[in-house]
Design a protein around this ligand. Structure first.
Ligand code: SF4
Length: 492
């Protein structure tokens, strides 16, 4: 809408920026180009590489750029998928979505409705592969000093953060909302973000990259808990050492008491572990959480041992203590007073410690975008929003984010989760309300679209999209399923 000074008003979000010629709006997504409101980033199309006989390559760093040509492949064969990245946003939502594209897939007429959704209700779940203690559960996670989330329950070999969400975006100070939005945007677009946990560690998180905890890059996640490690490697230790303790903040394992040791015939060693005995050979809380041995705060493993029981222990008894990643290890022999004395690790045990390390997978950060698409966004798809929810629930409508697969939570609404590293680079944007802008596509048969009250008069064929509209063509990640249904899917 033109206003004074040749500025135009952008109506793609509630901010309603006035944009002067040659300038961009607050979110940098829209600009005034010669008096026209334009979406500045190219609109991303996925194209199946197999159709051209090309090798499939991952998005990041290797996406094929738009070469200026028209879409070369026949558009009816399901080889091209219109994503919502760069498609634009409609506001208010009762307007039809920016692109409602029809195509023929395996002889079935399909429709894909795409929009860059504005998500006030969204956040990220971050999985950080490390044993190191990052902070207590429920501790506040900060970015640039602002509260942006909290530590949630740890998982097997990983620490978990829950960041963002409507309370941080809208329920705190303006600065808290803005910083939360910036943090989510950077994480979702694959950038590195430094986070600080109250009473805990500083950690640099980047999707699909190793975490950096307290300035040290994590290399590997643990092979298992202490008890699992005993179970896995007991046979390799049998006969080479009398006792093994696998130090773990959660479940420390002791070979001679563990079922695996018992089955092999390992004899009692008189070892005493400080901690709470759960079941034979499995101890909880041997130390405080920390960033050292097995995610504990100990740097000297002997601190978790009490005096050996002289009824079973003998001078010369051989003891291996190792962490769950094999990163830390110590070998000891009891002296005449049954005190463990550090000795060099015998060659026979070096291999087993190396085997623990070998079985540890590379440590990575995983960033899952989680958003609620069950609100007003649905009105851009259908005049009767609940029908879209039902259609998704009934698996008649497939939901994707930038063409990447999503997990739709059971229950009410359309609450989705998507691994951001499976999406094309820079798929996310923001608006200063503040809220995250994320691509979302709904694909269904045209018959189902009509049934759910879709905007049939806005459906346009894929062939109506031309190069001059400013599109970018990329090949999808090789391990992503193709977002359009296959012949098998459409046979029903
Ligand atoms: S913030 Fe962006 S989308 Fe919203 S009105 Fe301004 S330019 Fe348009």
């Amino acid at each position: 809408m033109p206003v004074a000074d040749d500025a135009i008003r952008c109506d793609a979000c509630p901010v309603l920026c006035y944009i002067k010629p040659g300038r961009t709006g607050s979110c940098d997504r829209y600009g005034n180009r010669d008096g026209q409101l334009v979406r500045l980033d190219p609109h991303v199309m996925l194209e199946q590489a197999q159709s051209r006989g090309d090798a499939l390559v991952p998005f990041l760093g290797k996406s094929e750029e738009w070469d200026g040509s028209l879409i070369r492949q026949p558009v009816s064969d399901g080889q091209t998928f219109v994503t919502a990245i760069g498609a634009g946003t409609t506001y208010p939502d009762y307007k039809p979505a920016p692109f409602i594209i029809s195509s023929e897939v395996a002889g079935v007429d399909m429709v894909t409705v795409v929009t860059e959704g504005i998500f006030s209700y969204c956040g990220v779940k971050v999985k950080i592969d490390t044993d190191r203690h990052l902070g207590d559960e429920c501790s506040t996670v900060r970015s640039k000093g602002e509260a942006v989330g909290h530590v949630t329950t740890g998982e097997y070999g990983s620490q978990m953060l829950s960041l963002g969400g409507v309370r941080h975006l809208t329920g705190g100070s303006r600065q808290e909302g803005t910083t939360t939005c910036d943090t989510l945007l950077d994480l979702c677009n694959g950038k590195a973000v430094e986070l600080e946990i109250d009473g805990g560690a500083k950690v640099v998180v980047q999707a699909d990259k190793a975490p950096i905890v307290g300035g040290v890059q994590e290399e590997r996640m643990r092979v298992g808990c202490g008890s699992a490690t005993i179970g896995m490697f007991a046979k390799q230790w049998f006969g080479k050492v009398d006792e093994v303790v696998v130090v773990d903040d959660h479940i420390t394992g002791v070979l001679s008491e563990h079922q695996a040791g018992k089955l092999l015939g390992v004899v009692e060693t008189g070892i005493k572990i400080k901690g709470r005995r759960s079941t034979p050979g499995r101890y909880f809380k041997v130390a405080e959480p920390g960033t050292s041995w097995g995610g504990t705060n100990i740097t000297d493993p002997l601190t978790i041992l009490g005096p050996f029981n002289p009824k079973f222990a003998k001078p010369g008894l051989r003891l291996l203590m190792v962490s769950t990643t094999g990163e830390q290890h110590g070998y000891f022999e009891l002296d005449e007073a049954l005190r463990p004395i550090a000795r060099e690790l015998p060659a026979a045990l070096r291999e087993s410690v190396g085997r623990i390390r070998e079985n540890c997978e590379p440590a990575l950060c995983t960033v899952l975008f989680m958003g609620g698409a069950g609100g007003s966004l649905r009105a851009g798809v259908t005049e009767n929003p609940v029908k879209l929810t039902h259609s998704v629930r009934d698996a008649l409508t497939r939901v994707t984010c930038g063409g990447a697969p999503v997990y739709v939570w059971p229950g009410g609404g359309i609450t989705i989760m998507a691994d951001v590293s499976r999406m094309p680079a820079n798929a996310f944007g923001y608006v200063p309300t503040p809220a995250l802008v994320a691509p979302i596509e709904f694909t269904m048969t045209i018959a189902d679209y009509a049934k759910l009250g879709g905007y049939m008069d806005h459906v346009r064929p894929l062939s109506s999209i031309h190069a001059e509209d400013g599109h970018r063509r990329v090949t999808p990640r090789a391990d992503n399923p193709w977002p359009l249904p296959s012949k098998k899917d459409t046979r029903r």
